[in-house]
Design a protein around this ligand. Structure first.
Ligand code: NI
Length: 199
């Protein structure tokens, strides 16, 4: 490398570094935070059906929304997660609890009627909404949230199939943005603390 080429090379590095600093400085903090957790392109509004009618995520602006994907005949994982959601809400003062909307999204609409879904959800918490939709609607929400589900045939079982699904709880902020996901295995205390930190 000649001296002038070396100079250009160092100059180019300085320009790139400065551009990086500027970009970091002017990207809003919230975006950086979301991006660093990998949620920048996840989440968003949706419309699904409950027994009481259409449920739109945008109906709950101003509240924290907890979303869980599952199915009512789930033997273990769904009941645990839904009871943890309810318990962490009950650990709050009534005023704070009122600011949280739990939503259970069934990915198994063939077996989960709106009636069953409403009863099942209310069993965990009186305000928990049980929602589902067409396969197309469900697949869109699942895709938007980076979740997954798949039907697994069960040989010799009256149920016919089970459903493998995401076990994370999704926390949606007051402006409808995906804030965080809560791993299966988080304690009620941890979930309560997370909710408090966003209220
Ligand atoms: Ni489940």
């Amino acid at each position: 490398m000649s001296t002038s080429n070396k100079f250009l090379y160092v100059l180019a590095l300085i320009v790139l570094f400065s551009a990086g600093l500027l970009l970091a400085k002017y990207t809003p903090w919230t975006q950086q935070s979301a991006a660093s957790k990998g949620y920048a392109n996840l989440g968003g509004d949706f419309t699904l059906e409950s027994l009481a009618g259409e449920v739109k995520l945008e109906d709950y602006r101003g509240k924290l929304v907890l979303i869980y994907f599952g199915f009512t005949s789930c033997p273990d994982v769904c009941p645990t997660a839904l009871s943890y959601i309810a318990a962490s809400m009950r650990a709050l003062t009534p005023d704070l609890e009122a600011q949280i909307q739990p939503i259970f999204v069934s990915v198994d609409p063939k077996r989960d009627t709106l009636d069953n879904l409403a009863k099942y959800s209310a069993y965990f918490h009186p305000r928990m909404l049980g929602v589902t939709g067409s396969e197309g609607q469900i697949d869109q929400v699942v895709k938007n949230y980076g979740a997954y589900y798949s039907f697994i045939p069960l040989e010799g079982s009256a149920l016919g199939y089970t459903v493998d699904h995401t076990s994370r709880i999704y926390l949606i902020g007051q402006e409808g943005q995906l804030i965080s996901t809560i791993a299966h295995g988080a304690s009620v205390d941890e979930i309560t603390a997370l909710l408090k930190s966003h209220l």
